[in-house]
Design a protein around this ligand. Structure first.
Ligand SMILES: NC(=O)c1ccc[n+]([C@@H]2O[C@H](COP(=O)([O-])OP(=O)(O)OC[C@H]3O[C@@H](n4cnc5c(N)ncnc54)[C@H](OP(=O)(O)O)[C@@H]3O)[C@@H](O)[C@H]2O)c1
Length: 263
């Protein structure tokens, strides 16, 4: 028996696909045969990513220029996409909320994060669900953070909203499992993307300005001794999207080189 990783004939919608982890997920899913719709706000960058993808087994790769925080417009955009080509795999991924302590955050920062991360995800899922149900095959994969295992200092709003998204997925897993739909969360560790570079710069500003030193301290906290490549996060997402992961439902999967100290 071979491990069935084929996504031929499946359509994946990948958020935050213009760079970083989202772009790597799109490449990985296309590599397994899926047609991919790339969602983010920058049309020109999405077109460049689209043209870089290997041809799908069926259908075509598309872009969907949308802002996950503008959920009314998102709802108007998702339904025509799903009517044209039902979505079977939803990778809910975006930029992270800005850093800062929980107690000092403006209440509106929590509202904005909830809108983009939770309501945005719900809007996409509701557009995709009829197609997933009709196919008897659905995969919701949220890219969130190891902060659902251990809150990360200095990421107050992010820590809070990640828990909401994780709990949303766990609840969906119980509700939708009978329809052949799974809902899981991937928790990246330090991953070499533009967001990580911004975090390193921010931490260096709060210390002595030495970015190389901050990066080295962060690497030293990882048993693997290095940052992840975005492709290493995407490998986990692609596996969860595949037929081989049919009995994995409702989990939080850290992909962090062993950094998280809790089980
Ligand atoms: N990198 C890490 O070390 C790390 C660690 C733990 C968790 N994470 C989490 O993993 C996720 C992806 O991280 P990353 O490092 O790949 O981030 P990134 O480099 O900042 O990329 C974020 C992506 O999301 C898109 N995006 C941002 N805001 C959006 C919006 N409102 N609507 C639609 N698209 C939006 C961006 O594209 P446009 O600008 O074109 O819209 C971009 O493609 C984030 O939630 C991050 O917090 C990352």
């Amino acid at each position: 028996m071979t491990v069935d990783l084929s996504l031929a004939g499946r359509h994946a919608l990948v958020g935050g696909a213009s760079q970083g982890i989202g772009r790597a997920c799109a490449v990985a899913l296309a590599g397994l045969g899926a047609s991919v719709t790339l969602l983010a706000r920058r049309a020109d960058v999405l077109q460049t990513v689209r043209l870089s993808l290997p041809a799908p087994a069926q259908g075509e790769h598309r872009i969907l220029v949308a802002d996950l925080s503008q959920t009314d417009e998102l709802a108007a955009a998702i339904n025509p996409l799903c009517a044209e080509s039902p979505v079977h795999i939803l990778v809910h991924n975006s930029g992270g909320p800005p850093p800062g302590s929980a107690h000092e955050a403006d209440p509106d920062a929590y509202r904005r994060a909830f809108e983009a991360h939770l309501i945005g995800g719900q809007t996409l899922l509701q557009g995709c669900l009829p197609g997933m149900r009709a196919a008897g095959y659905g995969r919701l994969i949220n890219v969130i953070s190891t902060s659902v295992k251990e809150p990360i200092k200095g990421l107050g709003v992010s820590n809070t909203i990640r828990w909401a998204v994780a709990s949303w997925a766990k609840t969906l897993a119980a509700e939708l499992g009978a329809d052949g739909i799974t809902a899981n969360n991937v928790l990246p560790g330090f991953t070499d993307t533009e967001r990580l570079h911004a975090i390193i710069s921010g931490r260096a500003r709060g210390a002595d300005g030495d970015e190389a030193k901050v990066a080295q301290q962060m690497r030293a906290s990882v048993p693997a001794g290095r940052f992840a490549k975005p492709e290493e996060i995407a490998n986990a997402v692609a596996f969860l999207a595949s037929p081989a992961a049919s009995y994995i439902n409702g989990i939080n999967l850290p992909v962090d080189g062993g950094r998280t100290g809790s089980l």
